[in-house]
Design a protein around this ligand. Structure first.
Ligand SMILES: [Zn+2]
Length: 156
């Protein structure tokens, strides 16, 4: 369904080898479970918990790039699903801010090229209210839990 090749935006990327229907599962992220201090700054890592990260799997999931207007998102746990119909040959992207939520993460410049590009890839907590609301359905499970707890506290 997908393969890794050179992306015009960001080095390597993951591309659809056939049309993918909206709602279909594209791939699942896997890799060794790591905590802070167990990887270097530049090493591949995906935050999946307060102090829990997935390291490199060596497979396509290591190469899925960020976009501020992505065509995929986390629908169920660590599975990326298509947010809309994706054409054969299109690059698969997801919004990294639906996984990153570190207090001390300053973000890095975004070059996704989307017309609605936020200009920076930042922690979820640093996004504006409207972006947080828009992205809420695609958050990783640990962030759904974190922010539903926060919402409950506000409501009490
Ligand atoms: Zn962007």
């Amino acid at each position: 369904m997908v393969r890794v090749k050179i992306s015009p935006q960001h080095g390597k990327g993951v591309f659809a080898t056939a049309a993918i229907e909206a709602g279909a599962e594209i791939l699942t992220f896997t890799g060794p479970l790591l905590q802070r201090g167990q990887f270097q700054h530049g090493d591949y890592h995906l935050q999946i918990g307060d102090d829990l990260y997935l390291g490199a799997s060596g497979k396509a999931d290591d190469y899925v790039n960020h976009s501020c207007e992505p065509n995929a998102g986390f629908g169920k746990a660590l599975a990326l699903v298509a947010l809309r119909d994706i054409a054969k040959g299109e690059e698969i992207t997801w919004d990294y801010s639906t996984a990153i939520d570190e207090e001390d993460f300053d973000g890095f410049p975004c070059q996704c090229g989307a017309s609605a590009c936020r200009g920076v890839v930042a922690s979820y907590r640093r996004l504006g209210e409207s972006d947080r609301e828009r992205l809420a359905p695609w958050l990783l499970p640990y962030l759904r839990l974190r922010y539903s707890r926060a919402a409950l506290k506000l409501a009490i």
